[in-house]
Design a protein around this ligand. Structure first.
Ligand SMILES: *Cc1c(COP(=O)(O)O)cnc(C)c1O
Length: 422
C-alpha cells in the first residue's frame, strides 16, 4: 500500500493532510513517509533473513541524516561515492564498517578518510585507482579491502544517462580485462582482494538483466578461484526501479528470491558449498516512493500554443525532468470536480529547460497545491541553488507527527561563504 493516499478528497502523507503541511511549513517542501521508507528497506532485509547478506543503501539517492539514521537503526550499511557521504554516515550514527565506497574518481584524501574509518570495502573502478589505493594504504601501514567493479556488458534497457554497464560506459573494468586486473590487484601488497561488484544501471523494472549480470560475476568468481584468488563477497549493485506511474517493477522479494536461488545452486554445484556474502546497493527503490515534492501554483499563463501552470518548485529542486526528460506524476492535493485543461507545469527559473511536467490534464488555479509524486530519490540530493533559490524544507511524517529534518535555506546562507575583493 502507499502511504500517500486521498482521505476525504485531500492527499495525505500518512495521517497528515498535505494542505496542513503547506500551511505550517511553506512550499516547496519535500515530504517523506517514515513507514514507506522503512517498509521499503524491510522488503530487502526480510528477503535476506538467515543469509550472509548486507544491504548497503546507495545514499546518493537521498542522504538526509534522518533517513540515514532510520536505515542504520534497521541494520543498513551504506554505499558512498564521496568522502562527504562517509562523514554523513558517521554524523548519522551509521557504522563505517558497513560502508562500501564506489565511484570512478576517489581522491587521496577520500581514500585516507575511508581507511582511517576502516570501511568494509573499496569498489575499485580502474587500474590507476588500484595503484593509488595501494600507495595510500601502504603509507598508513594498512591494507585496503577491495572489490573490482566489473562491467558485465548487459543491456539494462534504461535511459542512456542511467545505463552504466555497457562497454562504452565510464564505469568499471571491462569484463574481458577483469581477470588480468584481479591479478594486478592480488600482486599489490597493501590491497586485500575481497570481492566483486557491478552496477548495471538504474530504474530497471525487470530483474532479467540483473540476473544476467549475476551469471557473469559468478563466471568470473569461478575463473578466479581456479587461479587461487578466492573472493568473500559478491555485490550485485542497485538499480531496481520504482513505479513513477508508468509501470511497476518486479517486487523486491521476487527478485532477491530468484537471485539467491541461483547463488545457492551455483554454490552447491561449483563452489564446493563455500559461503559467499551477498551485498546489495539499492538507492531509488528504498527512498523513491517514500517522498513527494509539495508545491504551490503561483500563476496560470495562457500562451499561444500552451497553457502554463507556474509553480514555486523548479528544476533546482527537482532536476530529473530537465536532466533525463523524466516523467513524474503530478497530482492536486485537493481533488476537484470541475473541468481540467492541458498544462505544462513549470518553475520560475530563467531556463526553458525548467519544467517539471508536460502536457498534463489538471484543474488548477493560483494558490492551489500540487504534488510531484515518487520524488524521494535523486530529488533533494540533486537540488542546487541556481537563481539564488534556497533549497526546500525536508519533512518526515510519522503517523500524525511531522518532523523537520532539514530547514529551508534562506538566501543569506547561500552567499555566506562569498566575499568581495578588498
Ligand atoms: C547510484 C548507484 C547505486 C544506486 O542505484 P539505484 O538505481 O538508485 O538503486 C548503486 N551502486 C552504485 C555504484 C551507484 O552509482
Amino acid at each position: 500500500m502507499s502511504h500517500f493516499e486521498y482521505q476525504n478528497g485531500v492527499l495525505h502523507a500518512e495521517g497528515v493532510a498535505l494542505s496542513t503541511i503547506a500551511e505550517n511549513y511553506g512550499t516547496p517542501a519535500y515530504v517523506y513517509s517514515k513507514s514507506q521508507l522503512t517498509g521499503n528497506f524491510d522488503a530487502y532485509a526480510n528477503a535476506c533473513v538467515g543469509r550472509d547478506a548486507l544491504v548497503c543503501y546507495a545514499m546518493k539517492a537521498n542522504s538526509n541524516l534522518a533517513i540515514l539514521d532510520l536505515l542504520a537503526r534497521r541494520g543498513a550499511g551504506f554505499d558512498i561515492v564521496s568522502g562527504g557521504e562517509l562523514l554523513r554516515v558517521i554524523a548519522a550514527g551509521g557504522d563505517p564498517k558497513k560502508v562500501i565506497f564506489s565511484g570512478v574518481g576517489k581522491s587521496v584524501e577520500e581514500m585516507r578518510l575511508a581507511l582511517t574509518h576502516d570501511i568494509l570495502c573499496f569498489n575499485v573502478e580502474s587500474i590507476p585507482e588500484l595503484h593509488r589505493l595501494n600507495e595510500v594504504a601502504g603509507s598508513m601501514g594498512k591494507k585496503a579491502r577491495i572489490s573490482l567493479r566489473v562491467n558485465p556488458n548487459v543491456d539494462a534497457k534504461t535511459h542512456p544517462y542511467i545505463a552504466t554497464g555497457l562497454k562504452a560506459s565510464k564505469f568499471g573494468v571491462a569484463f574481458d580485462d577483469a581477470l588480468e586486473t584481479y591479478r594486478t590487484a592480488a600482486a599489490l601488497p597493501h590491497l586485500d582482494v575481497s570481492g566483486i561488484d557491478c552496477h548495471i544501471g538504474s530504474q530497471l523494472l525487470d530483474d532479467a538483466p540483473l540476473l544476467e549480470a549475476l551469471d557473469k560475476l559468478i563466471e568470473l568468481i569461478d575463473a578466479l578461484g581456479a587461479e587461487g584468488i578466492h573472493l568473500h563477497h559478491l555485490d550485485i549493485g542497485g538499480g531496481l526501479g520504482i513505479d513513477y506511474g508508468d509501470g511497476a517493477p518486479v517486487p523486491v522479494g521476487d527478485y532477491l528470491g530468484r537471485l539467491f536461488k541461483r547463488i545457492d545452486a551455483w554454490r552447491a554445484q561449483k563452489h564446493g558449498g563455500k559461503p559467499i556474502k551477498v551485498i546489495f546497493e539499492p538507492g531509488r527503490s528504498i527512498v523513491g516512493n517514500a517522498g513527494v515534492l509539495l508545491t504551490r501554483v503561483e500563476f496560470i499563463k495562457h500562451g499561444e500554443e500552451k497553457n502554463f501552470c507556474i509553480v514555486d518548485a523548479a528544476m533546482n529542486d527537482m532536476a530529473r525532468p530537465a536532466m533525463y526528460q523524466a516523467w513524474m506524476d503530478m497530482q492536486p492535493v485537493v481533488k476537484t470536480e470541475s473541468d481540467a485543461a492541458m498544462f505544462d507545469v513549470v518553475g520560475p527559473i530563467c531556463e526553458s529547460g525548467d519544467w517539471l511536467a508536460r502536457d498534463r490534464e489538471l484543474n488548477v488555479a493560483p494558490g492551489d497545491l500540487l504534488v510531484m509524486k515518487t520524488a524521494g530519490a535523486y530529488g533533494m540530493t540533486m537540488a542546487s541553488n541556481y537563481n539564488t533559490r534556497g533549497r526546500a524544507v525536508e519533512l518526515i511524517v510519522d503517523g500524525d507527527k511531522v518532523h523537520i529534518v532539514r530547514q529551508r535555506e534562506n538566501p543569506a546562507d547561500l552567499f555566506a561563504l562569498e566575499s568581495v575583493i578588498k
